[in-house]
Design a protein around this ligand. Structure first.
Ligand code: COA
Length: 338
């Protein structure tokens, strides 16, 4: 049975069952990734930025012989933001190739269409069944990034400590657990706005103005995701010359996610990129003792950043693609009678 589902009011048994399916999917498709934990999973699935909405559906098996609720075997949600709907779909490996994924997308696509949105985007992990699935549904590939993973047990900490201090005179590097201090929010937002083209992750909301930045930090905290930031401050002007952001999610706290790293144009060539990333890893080592890995996503054309990441010890893992489709075409393809 497929039905609309609200993670805020779902029973704990449903959340636990969805977690089992998610971990079965990870074990099948991304066996090197750490399994997720239940910690803040409900909040992760419910909390959104102001102005955004997430609508979810689940596919649930028949009740068990003992009358208990059936397992959640499939899940889809669509995040409505700006003028696009961003999909995430999961089907338990034991239930695949039965048409359930297509049914879930059909439901979500109809709703996105009714809500007046024009396009749907989705992140698709390379070398998984999702590639053939979305291509069969008529999605086209818009953008490809490479995911790389750093194994912290293989890091040369002495060399890293040297990199962290090898920044030109005139800059001060600061570690800000939890987010940038309030008096630097404006300067931080300016740095992000200036290089918005460099931001990776087209489907990830980036924050270019101070209020949006505050909302974004607040949303991360509500979703159980702890942000850490390292800033390079240009001492003469007080401007933020560079920043790097890492998030440790309660759902998989042994593997952190690298978000944006930005060095503002005027401040390039002074060793800031390397220094702030190295300082971040040193700080995380003591702030998050259970952390084992950090993953990052980069545009394949961003050679400078790929070079720094390789020096730090990142190993490229797999392609991470963005696909999109016109909603009206998708609805028509899945539901030709409409
Ligand atoms: C992608 C996914 C949702 C597909 O679900 P599904 O229920 O198996 O898909 P369907 O049965 O509706 O398949 C629809 C069509 O997609 C294509 N397709 C799906 N899986 C495919 C595969 N493994 N190989 C080739 N084509 C495939 C086929 O054309 C299929 O139609 P057909 O079976 O009539 O030939 C499922 O594999 C999944 O949950 N993957 C994980 C998604 C994810 O987010 N991963 C990242 C985090 S781990």
């Amino acid at each position: 049975m497929v039905r609309e589902w609200d993670p805020r009011t779902a029973s704990s048994a449903e959340i636990a069952s969805l977690l089992d399916t998610l971990n079965a999917v990870l074990a099948a498709d991304l066996p090197q990734d750490p399994p997720w934990r239940e910690s803040s999973l409900r909040e992760y699935l419910s909390e959104v930025m102001p102005g955004e909405r997430r609508i979810s559906w689940v596919a649930q098996a028949e009740p068990t012989a003992g009358g208990g609720p059936g397992a959640i075997l499939g899940h889809i949600h669509v995040l409505l933001l700006g003028d696009i709907g961003v999909l995430e779909v999961l089907v338990h490996p034991t239930t695949r190739r039965t048409g359930l994924g297509r049914d879930l997308v059909r439901l979500a696509a109809r709703r996105v269409y009714q809500e007046g949105f024009r396009s749907i985007g989705v992140e698709v992990v390379g070398e998984t069944p999702a590639v053939a699935f979305y291509e069969a549904l008529g999605f086209s590939r818009e953008y490809v990034e490479t995911r790389s993973v750093l194994d912290l047990s293989a890091v040369g900490w002495t060399a890293l400590a040297e990199m962290a201090t090898a920044v030109s005179a005139g800059y001060r590097v600061e570690f800000c657990p939890g987010g940038p201090p309030d008096d630097l929010i404006d300067a931080y937002a300016r740095a992000k706005a200036e290089v918005r083209d460099v931001d990776d992750g087209e489907l990830r909301p980036s924050s270019y103005d101070p209020q949006r930045l505050r909302d974004s930090l607040d949303t991360l905290h509500r979703r159980g995701m702890k942000p850490y930031i390292v800033l390079a401050i240009h001492e003469r002007t007080g401007e933020v010359a560079g920043l790097t952001e890492v998030v440790v999610p309660a759902q998989h706290p042994t593997r952190a996610d690298q978000y944006d790293t930005i060095v503002v144009q005027d401040h390039r060539g002074y060793g800031i990129d390397r220094a702030i990333k190295a300082r971040m890893l040193l700080e995380l080592r003591s702030a998050e003792p259970t952390l084992a890995e950090v993953q990052t996503w980069n545009a394949q054309a961003n050679e400078a950043m790929l070079k720094v990441n390789a020096e730090l010890g990142y190993r490229s893992d797999r392609e991470w693609c963005e696909y999109s489709v016109d909603v009206a075409e998708l609805v028509h393809r899945l539901d030709p009678a409409r």
